[in-house]
Ligand binder design. Structure first.
Ligand SMILES: Cc1ncc(COP(=O)(O)O)c(C=O)c1O
Length: 343
C-alpha cells in the first residue's frame, strides 16, 4: 500500500502542504530572521499577536518550544507550574520544562482533560516560603489533546484567570488547537487570548502548515523569549518560507476546521453503532476521538491491514484525528473499516 492509499488518522500533524500553500512558500519574501529582517516572519508574528489580542509574537519551529518559552517566561527555576495530569506539557514534551526550564510541576486529575478552575486554584501556593515550592503559573490546554479534543468551558477559563490574578499566579495557555475551540464555539480568539498571560498556538496541527508555532504575550516577555529561543538553538534564518505557509494556513484553513469536527463525529457515530462501550459520540467536540476499553495494539494492526492508521495512546486506548488530508470519502472508508474491525 502506498502512503496515499492509507487514511491516516494518527494525528492532524500528518497532513501535507496543499498546492496553494506551496505556492505561498515559493512566493515568500524572506530575510535573516535572527537579524529581525524577515518581513514574512515579522508580519506573521504581528498578525497572530493581534488575533489573540497580545502585544507581540514569536515564531518558533514547534509547539513544544513555544510552550517551554512561554512557561519559562512565567516560572523561575525552582518554582512550580500546575497543570492537569494528561497535559501535553507534562506528558509529551520529554521533561523539557524540567530539564531546560528547571521548572517543578504538580498535576491534578481532570476527566477528559476538562478544566475545573476551583480544583486548580485550590492547589496553588503562590508564596510558599523557604520550605515548600511556590506556584508561579497554571497551564491550561485548549483543546485538550489526550483528553480527546475537549474544549475548555469559557466560564472555567474566566474563573481561573480571575482567581489566578487575585493570588498573583500567571496562566499559560497551550493553544496548539485553540483554533479548533474557536471554530467549534464561536468564542473570539481575543477572548481566549485575554484569559492567559502567555499563549502558544500551533500552525502545524489542524491548520496544515508543515511546521511552526507562535508564542504571544507582552512585548517584554516576547523579547526575553527571543533570547531564549536563540539559546535553545531556535534562531532561524530565511524562515519566511515557513512563516508564509503558516500565514496561508491561517487565511485558508481556519474555517474548514468545522469539516474536521463533523468528520470526527461521523467516525465516533460509526464506532458507537457497533461498540457503544468505546465512545459516546456526544463527547466528541472537535477533531479528536478517543476510543477507550479495547485491545489497542490489535485494533491498530487490524485497521492498518485494511488501510486505516490510528494512534495507540495506551494498552486500551486508541486515538483518531481528522484533518486536512481526510476528506468525506476517506472518512467513510475509515468508518467502514473501524466498524468492521471493532464489530
Ligand atoms: C496540545 C499540544 N501541545 C503542544 C504540542 C507540541 O507541538 P510540537 O509537536 O510542534 O512540538 C502538541 C503536539 O501534538 C499538542 O498536541
Amino acid at each position: 500500500m502506498t502512503r496515499e492509499s492509507f487514511v491516516d488518522l494518527r494525528s492532524d500533524t500528518v497532513s501535507r502542504p496543499t498546492p496553494g500553500m506551496r505556492q505561498a512558500i515559493a512566493d515568500s519574501v524572506v530575510g535573516d530572521d535572527v537579524y529581525g529582517e524577515d518581513p514574512t516572519v515579522n508580519e506573521l508574528e504581528a498578525h497572530v499577536a493581534e488575533l489573540l489580542g497580545h502585544e507581540a509574537g514569536l515564531f518558533c519551529p514547534t509547539g513544544s518550544m513555544t510552550n517551554m518559552l512561554g512557561v519559562r517566561a512565567l516560572v523561575a527555576p525552582g518554582q512550580e507550574l500546575l497543570c492537569d495530569a494528561l497535559a501535553h506539557v507534562v506528558r509529551a514534551e520529554l521533561g523539557g520544562h524540567a530539564v531546560l526550564g528547571q521548572v517543578s510541576t504538580r498535576t491534578w486529575h481532570a476527566e477528559r482533560g476538562r478544566l475545573d478552575a476551583q480544583a486548580a486554584l485550590a492547589m496553588a501556593v503562590p508564596d510558599a516560603g523557604p520550605y515548600m515550592v511556590s506556584t508561579a503559573a497554571i497551564a491550561v490546554e485548549n483543546t485538550h489533546n489526550f483528553g480527546g479534543g475537549t474544549i475548555q468551558p469559557l466560564e472555567q477559563l474566566q474563573r481561573l484567570k480571575q482567581g489566578a490574578d487575585e493570588i498573583g499566579v500567571k496562566v499559560h495557555l497551550d493553544g496548539a488547537r485553540l483554533w479548533n475551540a474557536h471554530v467549534a464555539t464561536g468564542v473570539p480568539l481575543t477572548t481566549y487570548g485575554a484569559l492567559a498571560d502567555t499563549v502558544s498556538v500551533c500552525l502545524s496541527k489542524g491548520l496544515g502548515a508543515p511546521i511552526g508555532s507562535v508564542l504571544v504575550s507582552t512585548a517584554e516577555r516576547i523579547a526575553q523569549a527571543r533570547v531564549w529561543r536563540k539559546r535553545y538553538g531556535g534562531g532561524m534564518r530565511q524562515v519566511g518560507v515557513l512563516a508564509a505557509a503558516g500565514r496561508y494556513a491561517l487565511d485558508h484553513h481556519l474555517v474548514r476546521l468545522a469539516d474536521d469536527h463533523a468528520r470526527a463525529r461521523r467516525l465516533a457515530d460509526a464506532v458507537a453503532a457497533v461498540r457503544p462501550d468505546l465512545v459516546d459520540p456526544d463527547t466528541v467536540e472537535t477533531n479528536i476521538v478517543v476510543l477507550d476499553g479495547l485491545a489497542a495494539a490489535d485494533v491498530a494492526a487490524a485497521a492498518r491491514d485494511e488501510g486505516v492508521l490510528v494512534s495507540v495512546l495506551g494498552p486500551h486506548r486508541v486515538r483518531l484525528v481528522t484533518h486536512l488530508d481526510v476528506d468525506d470519502d476517506g472518512c467513510e472508508r475509515a468508518a467502514e473499516v473501524l466498524a468492521k474491525v471493532l464489530a
